[in-house]
Design a protein around this ligand. Structure first.
Ligand code: PEP
Length: 253
């Protein structure tokens, strides 16, 4: 049985006081209202991690994640944050390859492969984002494009390593736009990605990997999106900044 996961990506939003308040609202609601079989992950900005981590500790249902990391162990990389640092404040997950990192910070599939390696080596779990632009969607080559992202950043891993990967399919045209993929479009891509994983690792193994959908997911469309048999949850941006919306999305399962 693969894990159902809902992760909130706060991006560069909320100051520390606001972040603590949002996290404590979410943790309390999740503890009271959310089914035990859903894993909830909060991914606040780096400087909130320790404070949010303290709130999460003891929850049992909510976990801490970062939005990025550096691909090196340590050293002269001014302004960067290492996986060891993330681990030391209680992070268990790291989002990698978000389309904003790929676009604004020029992160390539090759760099992301190195980030995946160091995250796994330190015992954390990557939430690996992939997804196509509108242009590629309209050309009809989206399955090949997204499969290539997976191949180039993840297919050097063995099964033992890969079982710690969570995949997030996030069509770029749906991120922050208010226009979500339809449940059919999401299911089509998720099934194709699972097929792609099966071609490398076998279908039994591919069936165990959680594939999340991200892109304008909100309380009003989450139930429909999550109904796809290959959709195992969501990576939520804007709607994760309001405790009730985020928890309503989680409760859509
Ligand atoms: C995201 O950036 O990961 C995301 C899914 O954003 P939004 O939900 O705001 O579209």
């Amino acid at each position: 049985m693969r894990k159902k996961i809902v992760a909130g990506n706060w991006k560069m939003n909320k100051n520390l006081r606001e972040g603590i308040s949002l996290a404590s609202e979410i943790v309390n609601m999740v503890d009271d209202e959310v089914m035990d079989d859903v894993t909830v992950i909060l991914n606040p900005p780096y400087i909130h991690l320790e404070s949010v981590g303290k709130l999460i500790r003891g929850s049992g249902k909510t976990y801490l994640g970062a939005q990025n990391c550096n691909e090196n162990d340590s050293g002269a990389f001014t302004g960067e944050v290492s996986v060891e640092m993330l681990k030391s404040v209680g992070c268990e997950y790291v989002i990698l390859g978000h389309s904003e990192r790929r676009e604004f910070f020029k992160e390539s599939n090759e760099i992301l492969a190195r980030k995946v390696d160091i995250v796994l080596e330190k015992g954390l779990k990557p939430i690996f984002c992939c997804g196509e632009s509108l242009d590629i969607r309209e050309k009809g080559t989206y399955v090949a494009y997204v499969s290539k992202q997976i191949t180039e950043s993840l297919f050097h891993l063995d099964k033992e390593q890969f079982k710690n990967i969570v995949i997030a399919y996030e069509p770029i045209w749906a991120i922050g736009t208010g226009v979500n993929a339809s449940s059919e479009q999401a299911q089509e891509m998720h099934a194709s990605l699972r097929q792609h994983l099966a071609s490398k690792f076998g279908s039994e193994f591919a069936d165990e990997i959680s594939i999340l959908y991200g892109g304008s997911c909100k309380p009003s469309n989450a139930k429909e999106l999550f109904a796809g048999p290959d959709v195992d949850g969501g990576l939520i941006g804007g709607a994760s900044l309001k405790a009730k919306d985020f928890v309503d999305i989680i409760k859509s399962f």
